[in-house]
Design a binder for this molecule. Structure first.
Ligand code: PAF
Length: 282
């Protein structure tokens, strides 16, 4: 496995490579990321190409009071893990390499997708994500890129971006990997104290319960979302949202909604903000 930090070295590694499968990450990798890497590795084997992981903590997608500074940088350990999963190339640029001048041109996704849910609570987040992902796509020009469904809204926004810009990239979304108790794996779980970690599963339990009730009653479930929110608040969580949306465009479900749905939630336990979601397929 090669590790490169500059665009020049990246280009040298990519010369003459016909198929590239990319897993974009911010590092501090866990088994969820490594499963994405496994998928990239299989794809690259199938197409006789290479698998690539990018590691870059993207300042543009962090709000002024968010965790950019304390986001763990664990490059050495990340590379050791990636090497064991068949990753061929790691692109880990520093900020001055990816943003040599202020990034004044940005990719801003449409407000109906990007200013709701996560975007409502993290203004500018998806512009930051789309801008860096577009830059990575433009530098690496992968044939496929793999993302986790835990960041459900991110995955949808990137898929639509790729479609609207006619990028010849196959975007794959993989199911969320969970700990034994059901907590979705996330780099931010590392912020949790022992007591918070024990409580953290309540978020998943709450949306799982909600999804089961909604499915069983085949009802729109808005009151059920409000009830779940109230219960979580009662259990000490600061809830940003628990919403029932259409899988197709993340618009809120109404009593007459058709199609498949998804419950999306974000809440804070102590200082740590966690997100999760469950698809409801009828
Ligand atoms: O999901 C992430 O880790 C990030 O948002 C991404 C896609 C790597 C962009 O910085």
């Amino acid at each position: 496995m090669k590790i490169v930090h500059t665009i020049k070295a990246l280009n040298e590694q990519l010369a003459d490579v016909k198929y590239k499968a990319l897993v974009p990450t911010m590092g501090n990798l866990h088994e969820g990321h490594l499963r994405l890497m496994d998928a990239a590795h299989s794809k690259s084997q199938l197409h006789k190409g290479i698998s690539i992981a990018s590691i870059f903590v993207n300042r543009l997608q962090f709000g002024p009071h968010e965790d950019f500074d304390r986001y763990p940088r664990t490059l050495e350990n990340d590379c050791a893990l990636l090497a064991k999963r068949g990753c061929d190339l790691v692109f880990a640029p520093d900020e001055s390499e990816l943003y040599p001048e202020p990034q004044t041109y940005k990719v801003s996704p449409p407000p109906d997708l990007a200013d709701i849910l996560e975007g409502h609570f993290r203004p500018g987040f998806f512009t930051g994500v789309c801008t860096v992902v577009m830059k990575l796509f433009s530098l690496i020009q992968p044939q496929s890129a793999i993302f986790g469904k835990k960041d459900y809204q991110q995955l949808m926004i990137i898929k639509k971006m790729v479609k609207q810009f006619n990028l010849p990239i196959d975007i794959l979304g993989l199911d969320t990997l969970r700990a034994d108790d059901g907590l979705a794996l996330s780099s931010r779980n590392g912020y949790l104290s022992i007591e918070e970690r024990l409580k953290a599963v309540e978020l998943y339990q709450s949306i799982q319960n909600l999804a089961q009730l909604i499915k069983a009653r085949a009802t729109h479930g808005i009151e059920l979302c409000q009830e779940s929110e109230k219960k979580l608040k009662g259990a000490g969580w600061a809830v940003d949202y628990i919403s029932l949306c259409h899988q197709s465009d993340l618009s809120l479900c109404t009593p007459s909604s058709k199609g498949n749905w998804v419950v999306l939630a974000a809440a804070k336990i102590g200082k740590t903000r966690l997100i999760d979601n469950i698809e409801i397929n009828f």
